[in-house]
Design a protein around this ligand. Structure first.
Ligand code: KG4
Ligand code: ZN
Length: 345
């Protein structure tokens, strides 16, 4: 089955083509045009600007995804799209483009929750080699699995019993992990988005310099809270005054360490409670190497198989949306598909 995926929930305009059969999803193309550099100048995303960029790029991006995949548009079997959550102006561009294509080409269309999409980045084949005829089915990911979505908008822990069967165990009560990285990055004078910048700065940070609180780390539930961490960093920066480079590195280390500590402790607690065979992490923050390294060690101790998407599929992309559509193949009537910015699990 050949699926064209379309993702426009925020500041990335993305289209991808996958070829799937059995348990395997092979990526034929994945084009991402990001308006991120533009938002760097304003220190965050202005929704109106993001939507305008989506309109500019959606058609060229879809065309490039098809041509890179060497697929004629009439040969795709289905169209998958993100219908929420996200910014309404951005979402509408992808939703209307996908519906128009589906109508004109008379193809099935599958609406996908962006957050579920992130999880399905883990089901895309890592090697880009052409699939051989007798290749074994992909059996590495076993259920029950714990799925962790850590992005700019979400920190959610889910129990996944099988494809499409998700139970929300907990989520953030205030700022998401990525949002905390971004806001703290701004406090430290780093550029937007803060996550990758803090990761880079933390490499040269002294682990003994600062220690920030780990909110909710010992609570009985699976919820997260990161706004207190932001306040703690704010107080520290106010008491220091002008920040030199080494202090920024040290504060970055302490920030990352606190976030990684809370996320990994709570996630492994869930893995233990639900006898998870696999852990699937996803979302922009799952690109963080310290987070992955810590998870690898903890999962090995509990004999849980650890999965993280390849780096380029951690942040927003259309390949994950197409992958989610393949494993949850539920075409919907065109008139039922509308953008839903507040969509949750
Ligand atoms: O999944 P994503 O691309 O968009 C949303 O759906 O929100 O995630 C973006 C978030 C940003 O907050 C960014 O700072 C964070 O992911 N991020 C990282 C890293 N790369 C991206 N956070 C920590 N370490 C990274 N390497
Ligand atoms: Zn996302």
């Amino acid at each position: 089955m050949i699926i064209l995926g379309i993702e426009t929930s925020c500041d990335e305009t993305s289209a991808a083509v996958i070829e799937s059969s059995g348990d395997r999803v092979k990526l034929l193309s994945n084009i991402i045009s990001s308006s991120l550099p533009m938002h760097g100048k304003t220190g965050g995303i202005i929704p109106e600007n993001a939507a305008r960029e989506q309109i500019k790029f959606i058609i060229p991006v879809v065309e490039k995804a098809l041509s890179d995949a060497k697929i004629q548009v009439e040969n795709i079997n289905a169209i998958a799209l993100t219908y929420g959550p996200g910014l309404i102006g951005s979402l509408l561009v992808g939703v209307e483009t996908a519906k128009t294509l589906a109508y004109v080409l008379d193809k099935p269309i599958i609406p996908i929750n962006h957050m579920i999409g992130h999880i399905y980045a883990n089901f895309i084949d890592k090697n880009s080699e052409p699939r051989t005829k007798n290749q074994e089915p992909r059996t590495e990911i076993q259920f029950p699995a714990i799925a962790l979505v850590v992005s700019g908008g979400h920190t959610d822990l889910l129990l996944m019993e099988k494809h499409g069967d998700f139970k929300l165990l907990g989520g953030t009560r205030d700022d998401a992990a990525g949002e905390a990285f971004d806001k703290i990055g701004r406090l430290l004078g780093l550029s937007y988005p803060g996550g990758p910048e803090i990761e880079k700065a933390a490499i040269d940070g002294n682990p003994k310099s600062f220690r920030f609180p780990r909110p909710l780390i010992g609570s009985a539930d699976f919820d997260f809270s990161f706004s207190g961490l932001k306040t703690a960093v704010l107080r520290e920066t106010q008491s220091i005054g002008k920040l030199d480079k080494q202090t920024v590195n040290d504060l970055s280390y302490a920030t990352q360490d606190a976030i990684v500590d809370v996320i990994t402790k709570k996630t492994m607690k869930a893995a233990l409670k639900y006898n998870a065979k696999s852990l699937l992490i996803s979302g922009g923050v799952s690109a963080n190497q310290s987070l992955c390294d810590r998870f690898k060690v903890l999962c090995a101790q509990l004999s849980v198989k650890f999965f993280a998407p390849q780096k380029s599929l951690c942040t927003d992309n259309a390949a994950m949306i197409a992958s989610a559509a393949y494993f949850n193949y539920k075409p919907a009537p065109l008139e039922k598909i509308t953008a839903d910015p507040e969509l949750y699990f």
